[in-house]
Design a binder for this molecule. Structure first.
Ligand code: NI
Length: 143
């Protein structure tokens, strides 16, 4: 992706990150051959923005699937995830749970409904502490 002209002006930010998150990030940027951590973070932020913009295009009647990985030991998380899914029972057709390890779970959720609802569910799930990843894939419904 070509950097926008405005990207030539740099701002400095200080952020706090969990140690293991930073270690994982450093490992990946080193494997991918980034020259610096800053460059890796800039790229990660660009992908985050691109992903958000891609999500913004999800509208209209859609069939979709959410794949979510979470920490089953996170206090209260199971209850919260269940509550969120019940809030959207008209959109969620089914879910499948797989135990990955002792403390990690994977859930696959099948959905059908308005794109904005599908995104909203994905975003609510994603924002919970203890949720490692949420991936939403959708296709438009046509006859
Ligand atoms: Ni499980």
């Amino acid at each position: 992706m070509l950097p926008a002209p405005s990207e030539s002006e740099l701002s400095r930010v200080g952020i706090s990150l969990p140690k293991n998150l930073l270690e994982k990030f450093d490992e990946i940027i080193s494997l991918r051959g980034y020259s610096s951590r800053s460059e890796g973070i800039r790229d990660a932020i660009r992908s985050y923005i691109a992903h958000y913009q891609w999500m913004a295009d999800v509208k209209g009647e859609r069939q979709g699937v959410i794949t979510m990985v979470y920490d089953h030991d996170q206090r209260g998380l199971l209850q919260t995830l269940t509550d969120i899914q019940h809030d959207y029972m008209n959109v969620i057709s089914a879910s499948l749970h797989a135990h990955i390890t002792h403390d990690r779970c994977m859930e696959v959720i099948l959905l059908r409904g308005d794109g904005s609802d599908l995104k909203h569910i994905a975003e609510r799930l994603m924002s919970q502490r203890g949720v490692e990843s949420v991936k939403l894939t959708t296709i438009p419904i046509r006859d």
